[in-house]
Ligand binder design. Structure first.
Ligand SMILES: NC(=O)c1ccc[n+]([C@@H]2O[C@H](COP(=O)([O-])OP(=O)(O)OC[C@H]3O[C@@H](n4cnc5c(N)ncnc54)[C@H](OP(=O)(O)O)[C@@H]3O)[C@@H](O)[C@H]2O)c1
Length: 328
């Protein structure tokens, strides 16, 4: 797979792998922990070199999984993780990006990831109680100390990105972006273009919806986050179905899959965009990676660009509490 460069010279495969779903958010895992280790290592065999985890995934067990799987391949891969939550008794109890907490998380993440450096360390959500300048300052110190290589932000708004970048250069912003979630286009992407910061779209397959494997009659298992997301109520899935129907029609005409078209559209937006689709199945890792070989014409891109607006996507992408934390 070809590589792309994020922000301050971080070279990664053009498509990464999000590991979150291996430990949470999408209901029972179809495989065992050993299977997940095989998926992570198999991804490297298929050219994926960019892996995404976070302290809070599990919590903790996802970093441990990624750490164990990639330890033998450490120098071939780029591992990104995230800080910023107050985790109490295994549950998220609000945000915590105080400098001392960032330092504690960095040390613990290094242990769990079985490494001496975190390649990309993101603030997971902007903490209104801690000035972003203080966050950038402490991550900058961790970089000076060699414990972290690059600084990232997740779901930060444009002015926060600017303030952080002025204190310590940001390499990547990670936010939800896909054919049916277009929010970053208004302010965030132009800001990143201006500042030379890379962008990592999360949930690039619309949490599975854009692959065509979710329908109005799909039932989500206990523990599946889509049970709580307004966009995934039965009525909203029915209303939003046209998005994926159109994607599927285009995909069939091109001999591709709907998920590949969704990823190819993201890749075509900017050369500094690197999506991180999540999957627990090696055949889907290969399918998603092969999106880099699906070219889209200017006409196809234009019709995909217009799709969300034409259909009028129904439902927020998070519940109310989740929506209050994004774009700050
Ligand atoms: N910064 C943040 O706040 C944040 C938030 C959410 C996610 N993330 C990161 O972004 C990564 C990706 O996001 P995501 O996992 O939420 O959403 P996603 O990648 O849009 O979709 C994941 C879903 O799609 C399914 N899937 C993946 N490839 C498929 C394919 N080729 N065909 C059919 N179904 C497919 C997966 O099921 P299977 O696993 O069963 O294949 C899973 O249900 C996460 O792993 C995480 O690292 C970050």
């Amino acid at each position: 797979m070809h590589t792309r460069t994020l922000g301050q010279g971080l070279q990664v495969s053009a498509i990464g792998l999000g590991a979150m779903g291996m430990s949470m958010s999408y209901g029972p895992n179809p495989g065992t922990r050993e299977d997940m280790i095989a998926v992570l290592r198999g991804a490297v065999d298929r050219g994926v070199t960019f892996f995404d985890t976070a302290e809070v995934y599990g919590p903790y067990v996802n970093e441990e999984l990624v750490g164990e799987a990639l330890a033998p391949l450490r120098d071939q891969v780029v591992v990104a993780t995230k800080f910023g939550w107050n985790i109490q008794d295994g549950a998220m109890a609000g945000l915590d990006s105080r400098p001392e907490q960032i330092r504690r998380v960095a040390e613990a993440s290094l242990q769990r990831l079985r490494t001496d450096r975190i390649d990309l360390f993101y603030q997971h959500r902007v903490d209104p109680a801690v000035p972003i300048e203080d966050v950038a300052g402490v991550v900058g110190e961790l970089v000076q100390e060699g414990k972290v290589a690059h600084f990232g932000l997740s779901e930060a708004g444009a002015s926060t990105i600017r303030r952080a970048h002025a204190v310590f250069p940001v390499t990547a912003v990670q936010s939800e972006y896909s054919l049916w979630t277009r929010d970053p286009e208004t302010e965030v992407l132009p800001t990143l273009a201006e500042l030379g910061i890379g962008f990592v779209p999360f949930s690039p397959l619309g949490k599975g919806f854009l692959t065509g494997t979710v329908s109005p009659s799909t039932t989500f298992a206990e523990g599946d986050i889509r049970r709580t997301i307004p966009r995934f109520t039965e009525d909203n899935r029915a209303a939003n179905q046209r998005v994926v129907d159109e994607v599927r029609t285009l995909a069939e005409a091109k001999g591709a899959t709907p998920g590949q078209v969704a990823l190819a559209w993201l890749l075509a937006q900017q050369p500094w965009i690197v999506p991180i689709p999540g999957t627990r199945r090696l055949e889907r890792v290969a399918e998603n990676a092969a999106a880099t070989t699906v070219p889209l014409t200017a006409d196809e891109l234009a019709s995909l660009d217009a799709l969300a607006r034409e259909v009028g996507v129904q439902g927020d992408r998070y519940d109310d509490a989740g929506m209050r934390m994004v774009g700050r």
